[in-house]
Design a protein around this ligand. Structure first.
Ligand code: SF4
Ligand code: SF4
Length: 113
């Protein structure tokens, strides 16, 4: 079992989740985070920290697609270990349906200066 990041994280990056993860298994895309399912120790502390309710246990129905999604992008994006400012407009987009189709970027996060 693992936890996975789902649609409502897109365009958010509140990153409250990153601050609490004991094993640094969050990875950062241009406008979303994912969890590496292989590294996640299933502690669950990140799940209630997410203001967007985007972190889910993989035992919930319909999560198969998101497990594969998290694994795919965790292998491509850089690790993120410290919280940062949310993205501009994060609050306005919170709760928007199916951001995957309309807002997702496959690009990795820009390297920190
Ligand atoms: S707090 Fe939730 S929505 Fe924000 S970056 Fe973390 S997983 Fe994504
Ligand atoms: S469940 Fe624990 S180990 Fe897994 S991503 Fe969340 S905080 Fe990290």
């Amino acid at each position: 079992m693992t936890f996975v990041v789902t649609d409502n994280c897109i365009a958010c990056k509140y990153t409250d989740c990153v601050s609490v993860c004991p094993v640094d298994c969050f990875y950062e895309g241009e406008n979303m985070l994912v969890i590496d399912p292989e590294e996640c120790i299933d502690c669950g502390v990140c799940e209630p920290e997410c203001p967007a309710d985007a972190i889910r246990a993989d035992t919930e129905p319909g999560m198969e697609e998101w497990i594969a999604f998290n694994a795919r992008y965790a292998a491509q994006w850089p690790v993120i270990t410290e919280a940062k400012e949310p993205m501009p407009g994060a609050d306005d987009l919170d709760g928007t349906e199916n951001k995957l189709a309309t807002h997702f970027s496959e690009k990795p996060a820009a390297e920190a200066a």
